[in-house]
Design a protein around this ligand. Sequence first.
Ligand code: NDP
Length: 336
Amino acid sequence: MSARILNGNAIRDQIYAELEHQISSLGAAGIRPGLAAVLVGDNPASKLYVNSKIAACRKLGLESFFITPPAAISTEELLRIIKELNERGDVDGILVQMPLPPQIDSKKILEAVDPSKDVDGFHPVNVGKLVAGRPSLVACTPAGVMEILRRSEIPVEGANAVVVGRSDIVGKPMALLLLHANATVTICHSKTRDLPATVRRADIVVAAIGRPAMVTPDFIQPGAAVIDVGQNVVTSAAAAENIFRNFPEKLESFRAKGSVLVGDCHPDVVQTAGAFTPVPGGVGPLTIAMLMSNTVRAARLRRGAAATATGVPVHETASASRGAHAVPSGTQAAKS
Ligand code: NDP
């Protein structure tokens, strides 16, 4: 059996099409949602990420502001920049690209972002709202995973879901979103005993570990939905040969480029799973799509009356109404 491949690029395009409609309604009311991206220093990987976020803004017609303080900036100076962005009426979303240089107090910076502009969903106020099941701006990658599950019609309610990884940006919010969608959730981490046996109980597996190809087919219950969040660059020929022995085209590409992107799941999982997200082209495209969606939502919420005048209720951004940002419908909070 070979798993159904869950195409993240196609799902992203659906979300963009919905957002375009929202953005043009806002435009008719004189509102152009704006995202400010703060990139400290010149880390090439961070630059690449921020550039792709800015490109997505341009594609959708959102306003974008690119702020690039030098690597030597102090926490106080960076706090001043955040304060200015908090006060600007044309900035609806603020993202501070991580990691920040070591002299910066990252927690202080993230907590300085106005929660209503916190489109990454990292502020403790938004995390608290997520815990309490109240509508909030939710971390983009887990929100994107929920979109993949929902739009691929993978039943979550009542399912056994296992999240491997407990980071603040992926594992924890992921587990909460699944819980609010009425899954029975287990969170695994580096101290979990007998990880394969625990993961094998899952109808839905979300792997967010940061270890290439760690989840092998023997971890997977036949037919389970496997969502691979991992993005690991492998440069060792021996590792690439081992991981992609059944994928000659991947090996060819590795030999040509000297590196290959590998998820946290072994690609052979495709033979056991019922549904599987590829890497690349699975979860990755959704992270940026949800950032765009959060920015549009933040604009609607912040600009209240004018946004409502577009005729689309504030809660009804492309996917918020269906659970990516707010707690999914049918859950405790949605009912209250
Ligand atoms: P972190 O390093 O912050 O967290 C990794 C988690 O995995 C930790 O909770 C850790 O456990 C757990 N872990 C590590 N080793 C093991 C092990 N051997 N067995 C079980 N659990 C283990 O990573 P992130 O959450 O930030 O990212 C995870 C992955 O997702 C990375 O590959 C990253 O690149 C990718 N990512 C992809 C995104 C996308 O857009 N597709 C966005 C964000 C991340 P413990 O807490 O005990 O240390």
